[in-house]
Design a protein around this ligand. Structure first.
Ligand SMILES: *Cc1c(COP(=O)(O)O)cnc(C)c1O
Length: 362
């Protein structure tokens, strides 16, 4: 019996990319595939994103894995390179790099390269993670322009810290800082992550960088993908492996943290933190069995959870499929039950889970 399985719906992926293009019709798309395509499988996902313009990852190894998988589109390294010795790898593989600091720029200026490197100059407009300071911009810009190792068609970018929150003034502030700084430059602009695409149309610019929304999931506070016309790509399922009846007052699971109020039945489900399911979900976090929601009770263990199915009116039986998240149960909701964000749950799916790629029908 097949237990923990991540069904990856590739037609939903194509659908979401189309939806992204409807939302930002004038922008080109940098499809963000870092962290194993947010847990969906790097190469398989990339193979179904022909309509994206370029790919983006966080680490050189992720970019090399895409090349090893036969993908030929340009790949942008979102954190750039970390060492001068990486530069020949970038050139040889048609990787493009973010420039976010002086060391990177100096390494490019003082290296012998076989071809020109394509670069994205990243400006810190308020996130305070990577990026040059606004007051450094003009100087960096001029040095990049003057450098023979660099493709003169550079791109200008920044990253938002609070775009998931429509009530925050931070995003508009960042857009304003960025636009003022680059106002007299002809280069293409790139600002929006998924939350920018969805919530801040004024940020779309020439290039967008959607990640989470491609996978059908909402980055916005208290929203789910379906509210934006997106379809979840991952459906994480498993099966019921035992059913048992317990008397009133019995304690369930490690630490006996949950106690039954009356006689009830428990479905034991083959899913735990060993599969990437979060251990700290609150009591009552839903799963879906036979199209109905039931709540988790007791502690999540490595391989199993226990679900209270009451007097089992629907006749749940051993072998029944259980959806942990997916079309019937948004991962955004499960993340909220675990006090985290859907990004983390998707990335955390472990190698014990089997992946099933459902091929597009359209
Ligand atoms: C991860 C990342 C993105 C994509 O973010 P989402 O919220 O998943 O759309 C965009 N830009 C940068 C720089 C990133 O690191």
């Amino acid at each position: 019996m097949r237990l923990a399985t991540a069904e990856i719906n590739l037609s939903a992926l194509s659908y979401n990319l189309k939806r992204i293009k409807e939302l930002a019709p004038d922008a080109r798309v940098m499809a963000v595939l870092k962290a194993n395509a947010y847990g969906h499988g790097l190469v398989k996902i990339a193979q179904h994103l022909n309509d994206a313009d370029v790919f983006a990852v966080a680490r050189i190894d992720e970019a090399l894995a895409l090349r090893a998988g036969g993908l030929t589109k340009p790949i942008v390294l979102l954190e750039g390179f970390f060492n001068r010795t990486d530069l020949p790898i970038l050139i040889a593989n048609n990787f493009e790099t973010i420039i976010h600091d002086e060391n990177q720029l100096r390494a490019i200026e003082t290296s012998q390269l076989d071809a020109r490197l394509s670069v994205w100059l990243k400006i810190d407009t308020g996130m305070h993670r990577l990026g040059i300071e606004p007051q450094q911009f003009e100087r960096f810009y001029q040095r990049l322009k003057a450098c023979d190792n660099i493709n003169p068609k550079m791109k200008l970018m920044t990253h938002f810290s609070c775009a998931d929150d429509l009530n925050s003034t931070q995003t508009q502030h960042q857009i304003t800082v960025f636009e003022r700084l680059v106002a007299d430059k002809p280069e293409a602009r790139c600002l929006a992550n998924s939350a920018g695409v969805l919530g801040w149309p004024g940020s779309h610019g020439d290039w967008i960088r959607p990640g989470l929304m491609m996978y059908g999931v909402s980055p916005m506070l208290n929203r789910v993908g379906a509210e934006h016309g997106l379809k979840p790509v991952m459906r994480l399922t498993t099966r019921v492996i035992a059913i048992k009846t317990i008397a009133a007052g019995e304690k369930v699971g490690y630490g006996g943290r949950w106690q039954s109020q009356q006689q009830t039945q428990l479905a034991v489900v083959a899913m735990g933190y060993g599969d990437g399911y979060p251990r700290n979900v609150r009591c009552g976090t839903p799963v879906v069995i036979r199209e109905k929601r039931y709540g988790i009770v007791g502690t999540v263990s490595m391989d199993m959870i226990t679900v209270d199915i009451g007097n089992n009116p629907d006749g749940i039986a051993v072998g029944d499929p259980v959806e942990m998240w997916g079309p019937a149960l948004p991962v955004e909701e499960v993340a909220a039950c675990a006090g985290t964000i859907p990004y983390e749950l998707l990335c955390n799916v472990t190698t014990r889970v089997s992946y099933d790629y459902l091929t597009p029908t359209d």
